[in-house]
Design a protein around this ligand. Structure first.
Ligand SMILES: C[S@@+](CC[C@H](N)C(=O)[O-])C[C@H]1O[C@@H](n2cnc3c(N)ncnc32)[C@H](O)[C@@H]1O
Length: 261
């Protein structure tokens, strides 16, 4: 496993969890939009596979909409938190959270006998490994899904955005933690290198907590849709945002709807 993946999602899962929790309040609207799209394809219930589910926000809100959700994530801490949140949201009987590596997806979900109607991969959860690994993950997801299944790639960074609006530095404050992000983007390799530096904030004083150097590949829309096609998913629509169902443009995030083919 890449060092940064181990550090950010496992060793410092406490810090990343704070960032994930910030996204929970907007998840109901995201899922409402996804459900509207599914209805257009005649899917009103069924089995959902949430790839790289984090602490389970999409699985849980989809369960509230009547879907049977299966969330897979390699971080034990996120899976434990997801199970706790499923109880709080009273959907434990409709969600299964599995700790495991999506690159060995078939093995991880082998206890699930039903094929999936819907697959979701949310918040730039691609490009962490090699292109071959991504292809392999989506191929396995296709093999585990019905012929009528729909795949969502949501809230994902893409190269078109970066070619117009690259932000080298930004920061986020959550509770008493300040997270500084320093980014470098190489348009030739489409590799993004981000240093995340975490500080504890006490009044005007910042105390260094930790630093994680992240390295991942950013896909262009064309590259990612071509990869999905190779994996057995044909892109049928692009959106800028599933919550509003606004059209995709280079300055929105990338939100893909693909159909099994
Ligand atoms: C940016 S977070 C997105 C989390 C979630 N989808 C959400 O929208 O809140 C990326 C997630 O991918 C997970 N992840 C990274 N590599 C993985 C792998 N090989 N198998 C399963 N999960 C993985 C991380 O643990 C992390 O939870």
């Amino acid at each position: 496993m890449n060092n940064w993946i181990k550090k950010l999602f496992i060793q410092r899962s406490d810090l990343f969890l704070k960032l994930m929790n910030e996204r929970w309040p907007r998840t109901e609207a995201l899922v409402n939009g996804m459900v509207k799209v599914l209805n257009e394809f005649g899917i009103t219930s069924g089995n959902l596979l949430d790839l790289c589910c984090g602490n389970g926000r999409v699985s849980i809100y989809m369960a509230k909409k009547g879907f049977k959700s299966v969330g897979v994530d390699l971080s034990k801490a996120f899976i434990e938190d997801a199970k706790k949140k499923a109880q709080e949201h009273e959907v434990s009987s409709s969600v299964t959270f599995l700790e495991g590596d999506a690159r060995r997806l078939k093995n991880v979900v082998k206890s699930i006998s039903q094929p999936f109607d819907v697959v979701a991969n949310v918040w730039t959860s691609v490009g962490f490994y090699s292109e071959e690994d991504d292809l392999n993950i989506f191929k396995q997801a296709r093999e585990l899904s019905k012929d009528s299944a729909i795949l969502f790639i949501a809230e994902t960074m893409h190269t078109e955005y970066l070619s117009i609006k690259f932000t080298p530095t930004s920061y986020t404050e959550i509770d008493n933690i300040l997270m500084l992000e320093n980014r470098k983007y190489d348009p030739i390799s489409a590799q993004m290198n981000t240093s995340w530096i975490f500080y504890n904030k006490n009044g005007e004083n910042l105390r260094f907590m930790d630093k994680v150097d992240i390295e991942h590949h950013i896909y262009s829309t064309q590259e990612l849709t071509a990869l999905l096609r190779k994996a057995g998913w044909e892109t049928v629509a692009l959106y800028g945002n599933f919550s509003t169902l606004q059209a995709f443009n280079p300055l929105t995030s990338l939100n893909i709807v693909a159909k099994a083919c």
